[in-house]
Design a protein around this ligand. Structure first.
Ligand SMILES: [Zn+2]
Length: 165
C-alpha cells in the first residue's frame, strides 16, 4: 500500500473505530476469528472488541457467522473482514478528501490573505480590511501574507491523492 493510501486508510479507520479499533482491525487475520480470541490477542476488553466489530459490520467492513457449540449449546461468532469493501471505502474516502482539497485550493487561489504579525490568525482581505488591519486578538498589525507555499502544498497533496484513485 502506498504511503498516502496507508495514511488515508489509518485516518479513515481511526475516525470510524478509534485507536483501539484500529489495533483490533490490524489484528484480524484473513481467516475467521472469534471476538474472544481477538480480545486475547490485543489485550483490549471484549466489550470494545465487540463494539468495534459491530461498527465495522454496520459499515459492511466485516461479516460474521454464528456457530453453535454442539456440547454447550453456546453460540460463537466467527468474524472476518471484507477486504473488497475496505477498498471501496478507501476510495470514497480518498475522493472525499480530494474534493475538500480542491475546495481549499480554490479558496487559497481566490483570496488575498493578511496575517497577524504575532501569528494569532490569518484573515481574508475583506475581514482584515473590516478590522482596519488590526488583529482583533492582540491588537498588533495585520500584514499581507504570501500563500504560494500553501498553494504548492495543497497541489502536491492533490497530485498524490489523484495518483491513488
Ligand atoms: Zn494577533
Amino acid at each position: 500500500m502506498a504511503a498516502v493510501q496507508e495514511t488515508i486508510y489509518r485516518a479513515y479507520l481511526n475516525k470510524l473505530v478509534g485507536d483501539e479499533g484500529l489495533l483490533i482491525v490490524e489484528n484480524i487475520p484473513s481467516e475467521e476469528i472469534t471476538d474472544e480470541r481477538l480480545a486475547e490477542i490485543t489485550g483490549i476488553s471484549l466489550n470494545t472488541v465487540r463494539r468495534t466489530l459491530y461498527l465495522l459490520y454496520e459499515h459492511r467492513l466485516a461479516v460474521y457467522r454464528r456457530k453453535r457449540d454442539p456440547d454447550s449449546g453456546w453460540l460463537t461468532y466467527l468474524w472476518q473482514l471484507c477486504p473488497e469493501n475496505f477498498d471501496k471505502a478507501l476510495e470514497s474516502e480518498a475522493r472525499r478528501l480530494l474534493r475538500k482539497l480542491e475546495d481549499r485550493l480554490c479558496y487559497e487561489k481566490n483570496n488575498i490573505f493578511y496575517a497577524c504579525t504575532e501569528g494569532c490568525a490569518r484573515f481574508v482581505f475583506d475581514d482584515a480590511s473590516d478590522a482596519n488591519f488590526i488583529c482583533p486578538y492582540c491588537q498588533n498589525s495585520l500584514e499581507y501574507m504570501e500563500n504560494a507555499k500553501v498553494v504548492e502544498t495543497i497541489e502536491r497533496q492533490i497530485d498524490e491523492l489523484r495518483r491513488c484513485l
